[in-house]
Design a protein. Structure first.
Length: 296
């Protein structure tokens, strides 16, 4: 190697090293727009869990990510996102369970008839039918769980509104009342409300807008009603603790009426099975007697 080429190579290496040192010592200028965007509730919510790379996912989540990418383009195959948000079930994990259940149903319901000698076409059709049914089984399970959770959340929303009214009567401001009421319980409903209020405080959003957004994501109409009531209380600018207590009592009575109606409907539906059992019991008693009295 000639001395000129060696000198040029050494100069290039030294220049790159000096540039890297200067770049590392120079303070960077933050991007304010990006910083504000990271403080928004949507960004905070997505970054709330630790970043999970493709290599850190479980096998079920990896399968779920693959299945979600292909199923989201068809509305009929999509998972109930509001129910998953309410139950805080990871979306990829749910899609993974759907894909595994569907694949197991397809393989099992296809291979078993083939082993019994039914060929391939009919077993494959049976496997496809059972696979389609198995795809929606996790959704049905999540919907049943979410229905009970929404009922619990509705009663928690009424209790939360009463606690806000009590805090207002004690002399706290509206925002302080909302935060104080959210810390009165450690149940998962109050934890969700507390988390939304914390995100709203960091992003400069009003607390009632945060509750309204949470109600929209979880499909809890009672929580949306609470957000509307608190928004009206803020607009009035007066002490409205009595009004808040009255609205909470009205919501509670409505929930109790709905629960009583459901209980009455369940009681009425039990009449038909009981009538059928009574008829079968009478038949079981009369048939032996009739056989004994018959001349044959």
């Amino acid at each position: 190697m000639s001395p000129l080429v060696m000198a040029m190579a050494i100069s290039a290496v030294v220049g790159i090293a000096i540039a890297l040192v200067v770049a590392g010592l120079t303070p960077s200028r933050p991007d304010l727009a990006a910083a504000v965007e990271r403080m928004r509730p949507q960004t905070l919510r997505s970054a709330r869990a630790p970043d999970v790379g493709p290599t850190d996912r479980t096998r079920t989540e990896s399968i779920g990510a693959w299945a979600r990418h292909r199923a989201d383009r068809y509305p009929v195959l999509r998972a109930p996102m509001e129910d998953l948000e309410l139950l805080q079930v990871p979306v990829e994990e749910h899609y993974g369970k759907k894909a595994i259940a569907s694949g197991a149903a397809l393989v099992g319901c296809t291979l078993l008839p083939m082993v019994m000698g039914f060929g391939f076409i009919i077993p494959f059709g049976i496997g496809l039918a059972f696979a389609a049914f198995a795809w929606f089984v996790p959704d049905l399970t999540v919907r049943d769980r979410a229905k009970d959770s929404r009922e619990d959340f509705a009663y928690a929303a009424v209790s939360y509104l009463r606690l806000v009214a009590i805090a207002r009567r004690a002399g706290l401001g509206l925002v302080a009342s909302l935060d104080s009421a959210a810390h009165k319980s450690d149940s998962w409903m109050f934890v969700r409300i507390r988390e939304e209020l914390r995100l709203a405080r960091w992003s400069g959003e009003t607390s009632w807008d945060a509750l309204d957004r949470l109600a929209g994501r979880t499909k809890v109409p009672e929580l949306k009603e609470v957000a509307d009531i608190i928004r009206l209380a803020n607009d009035s600018g007066a002490s409205v603790s009595d009004n808040l207590l009255a609205r909470a009592a009205s919501m509670r009575d409505r929930l109790l009426t709905r629960e009583q109606t459901a209980a009455n409907a369940a009681t009425s539906s039990m009449g038909i099975p009981l009538a059928v059992l009574a008829v079968l019991f009478l038949i079981a008693m009369l048939v032996p007697a009739a056989m004994q009295l018959s001349p044959g």
